[in-house]
Design a protein around this ligand. Structure first.
Ligand code: SF4
Length: 142
């Protein structure tokens, strides 16, 4: 799942406030980045670069599911749903990209906030896979 600086900041704040932002988690995120080569994606961190799939480190297991509360979950995660009835293995799951774009364009203030964050923290990216976005955000002092 790719996240903007604003979405990344929400998750990062939550992780810090809940005491989950620790070396163990950072290591887990880095392992995901390394395993799926999330930092060697063709492109320059801008919105239209190639998406990569990866096993999200915040997915606990089949029964527990995602460990990120819905209040801070990136929109792409909230919009990631089964597209076939009676789905049990996630094979038909996907995001409705058009709907996500529509939501984005209905909230121009988010673009401004993302631009402000990028400027303030000298971010080189507009969207990155969540594990990499969190590590890059911290590196930049976000
Ligand atoms: S819903 Fe949760 S487990 Fe799935 S990609 Fe988003 S953060 Fe990761």
């Amino acid at each position: 799942m790719q996240t903007t600086p604003l979405e990344t900041q929400d998750v990062l704040d939550y992780l810090r406030e809940s005491g989950r932002w620790n070396e163990e988690l950072k290591q887990k995120l880095q392992q995901t980045v390394d395993k799926f080569r999330l930092d060697s994606i063709p492109g320059n961190g801008k919105r239209n670069y190639l998406r990569k799939t990866y096993d999200c480190p915040f997915f606990e297991d089949k029964s527990l599911g995602c460990s990120i509360p819905k209040e801070v979950k990136p929109y792409g995660c909230l919009g990631f749903n089964p597209t076939a009835p009676n789905e049990s293995e996630g094979k038909s799951c996907g995001s409705d990209q058009l709907l996500l774009l529509k939501r984005e364009s209905a909230h121009p203030e988010e673009s401004r906030l993302n631009a402000d964050l990028s400027k303030k923290y000298h971010l080189w990216w507009e969207k990155l896979p969540l594990p990499l976005a969190l590590l890059e955000a911290e590196k930049s002092g976000l």
